[in-house]
Design a binder for this molecule. Structure first.
Ligand code: PAF
Length: 287
């Protein structure tokens, strides 16, 4: 595995792989790799001949009060994990390499970031677009893999790919969960044992709402309010629990039969923010 810390070096090594006729798969991450990330790498491997993993905690997608400084960093663990997975290039640039000068160009997202995480983290998706756009230009991959856990990110990146005409296929990887249902996340490392034992309640709430939609329930407002109340009573601070349509990510209170919906939630347990979602198809009658 080649370890690259500069854009020039990255480009040189990717070019060499391309010259050998290899299809390039990109897995952008912020490091602190866990089984969820490894599943992305394995999926990239299935769809390409050479895998490039990037590990960069991108400062521009964190707000001033957020956890940029304390975000888990584990470079030697990450390198070892990628090596074991047979990754060809591991890119871990310093901040100055990704942002050599003050940026004069920003990104605006319409509609897709009005709700869910975008509502309380307005700086977040413009920062994600900025860094992924750079990574796409630096690597020029054939395919890029992102996890469903960040479903709003995935939807926005799909639109970015189309609108900026990046010739890359995006692949959405399913969420990897612990045996009790908790979605794997680098931020789970912040949880105390007591918080960790409560954390699967987020997934349980989403699962319940999803199950009702699948059974044809069209009165989601009370259903969702009840779930939020249960979470709050158990020590969660609920940022949102919402059902949105799959295309524009707009809130839906009466799902239409045959349509797919995203049921998504974000909660705080102490200072730790957890997100999760499921995608369900609405049925036409209450069962
Ligand atoms: O999903 C993430 O880990 C990050 O948002 C990404 C896509 C690597 C951009 O920094």
């Amino acid at each position: 595995m080649h370890i690259s810390r500069s854009v020039g070096d990255l480009r040189k090594h990717v070019a060499a792989l391309k010259q050998q006729g290899k299809k390039i798969g990109l897995v952008p991450t912020m490091g602190a790799l866990h089984e969820g990330h490894l599943s992305l790498i394995r999926l990239a491997r299935k769809h390409s001949d050479a895998v490039v993993v990037t590990a960069f905690v991108n400062p521009t997608q964190f707000g001033p009060e957020e956890d940029f400084d304390r975000y888990p960093r584990s470079q030697s663990h990450d390198m070892h994990a990628c090596e074991t997975e047979g990754v060809e290039i591991f890119f871990m640039p310093p901040v100055e390499e990704m942002y050599p000068s003050t940026s004069h160009i920003g990104f605006t997202i319409n509609t897709l970031d009005e709700h869910l995480c975008g509502a309380t983290r307005p700086h977040h998706f413009p920062g994600v677009i900025q860094v992924v756009n750079k990574l796409f230009n630096m690597v020029q991959p054939d395919v890029a893999v992102f996890g469903q856990k960040d479903i709003q990110q995935y939807k926005i990146l799909e639109r970015m790919r189309d609108e900026f005409a990046h010739p890359v296929e995006l692949i959405r990887a399913p969420i990897v969960r612990d045996s009790d249902g908790l979605a794997l996340s680098s931020r789970n490392a912040y949880l105390t044992p007591e918080q960790r034992s409560k954390a699967p309640m987020l997934y349980q709430a989403l699962h319940y709402v999803g199950m009702r939609i699948q059974k044809g329930d069209t009165h989601l407002i009370n259903l969702i309010e009840d779930r939020k109340k249960t979470l709050t009573e158990n020590g969660f601070q609920v940022d949102y629990l919402q059902c949105v349509d799959e295309e524009e990510l707009q809130p839906v209170s009466e799902p239409e039969p045959g349509q797919n919906y995203i049921v998504a939630g974000a909660v705080y347990l102490g200072a730790t923010r957890l997100i999760d979602n499921i995608i369900v198809e609405a049925s036409d009658r209450v069962k």
